[in-house]
Design a protein around this ligand. Structure first.
Ligand SMILES: Nc1ncnc2c1ncn2[C@@H]1O[C@H](COP(=O)(O)OP(=O)(O)O)[C@@H](O)[C@H]1O
Ligand SMILES: [Mg+2]
Length: 284
């Protein structure tokens, strides 16, 4: 080989292809049935309304239902990505994504739970990197709790949306999950979201902050008919029920995410002394 040919040409090209552009958001919860899928799909569609490239990865590899929530019939799932892993690059991965009418691109979960084991840590790592290279946001709907693969996704994410509600058992487990995040040094990137915050319960939405020791919470109201109808017909409520309170809450969250990101991208490189004293950056 001539000496002027760079020896590391291929890895360099490869790393350019994987150069990170997007922000990864992992949507998680300590218990199932709390609203991770509902939030993941509606948030993704709300973000995409702003001319932003959004990808969703269904990270509930056993029982993923992102496709169902978006009324998609996937021709490919992450199982096909695994089978083509040897030749995978950003362009190949794009071919496995399912296009939703909103513009959101979805990497579906395997269609049977027994295939979940095929999705190894290496697959998750590569797929997230390639999706982040091609999208401004990668929203990941994770499996329940802190099982191994969900934890990998949480560790890899830039921000973690941890959903809870006003039920005693959910709050108790959310607190345990938050404590574990603290032990793992992941707590700083967690934003707790109280879903169904207007539901009837002995615990009031206003108590959650004290119980969990979380200063800033995001609240999403309880709107059973809108949300369950949306899931049943596979049309995210932000698309056709934009005036409902639940949709407004999701749009507000999307706007906060966008403006925080704009501030992060455009902030001056060297803040003045006054700025650094008085301007403490805050997540959401
Ligand atoms: N804000 C909400 N208001 C009313 N019902 C909701 C809300 N969010 C979720 N739900 C309901 O909760 C159930 C579980 O939601 P889902 O997103 O499938 O949970 P997960 O993905 O955490 O298992 C669904 O039946 C859905 O209709
Ligand atoms: Mg789900």
């Amino acid at each position: 080989m001539p000496s002027d040919v760079p020896q590391n040409d291929v890895p360099e090209k490869e790393s350019k292809l994987k150069e990170k552009r997007g922000e990864m958001i992992a949507v998680c919860s300590a218990k199932g049935g709390i609203g991770r899928t509902v939030l993941a799909v509606n948030l993704a569609v709300a973000l995409s309304k702003n001319n932003i490239q959004v990808g969703i990865m269904d990270g509930d590899f056993q029982f993923g239902d992102v496709s169902l929530a978006l009324d998609l019939h996937p021709t490919f799932t992450i199982k096909d990505v695994v089978e083509g892993l040897d030749t995978l690059d950003a362009f190949a991965l794009a071919g496995y994504l399912i296009h939703h009418s909103s513009g959101v691109k979805v990497l579906a979960a395997p269609d049977r739970p027994e295939y979940a084991d095929l999705v190894t840590h290496e697959v998750i790592h590569q797929v997230c990197d390639y999706m982040l290279a091609q999208h401004d946001y990668l929203i990941v709907d994770t499996g329940v709790g802190l099982q191994e693969k969900s934890l990998q996704l949480i560790e890899k994410a830039d921000q973690v949306f941890m959903l809870t509600n006003l039920e005693m058992a959910t709050i108790k487990n959310t607190k345990l999950m938050l404590e574990t995040m603290e032990l793992l040094g992941l707590k700083d990137k967690v934003q707790v979201i109280v879903n169904r915050s207007t539901m009837e319960s002995v615990i009031q939405a206003s108590d959650v902050s004290d119980i969990l020791g979380e200063e800033t919470l995001v609240y999403i109201p309880n709107q059973i008919s809108t949300v369950s109808q949306s899931l049943n017909i596979g049309i995210p409520f932000v698309m056709n029920q934009g005036k409902t309170d639940v949709a407004k809450a999701v749009f507000k969250l999307a706007e906060q995410m966008i403006s925080r990101r704009e501030i992060a991208v455009f902030k001056p490189k060297a803040p003045s002394l006054l700025q650094s004293i008085f301007h403490k950056p805050k997540m959401i």
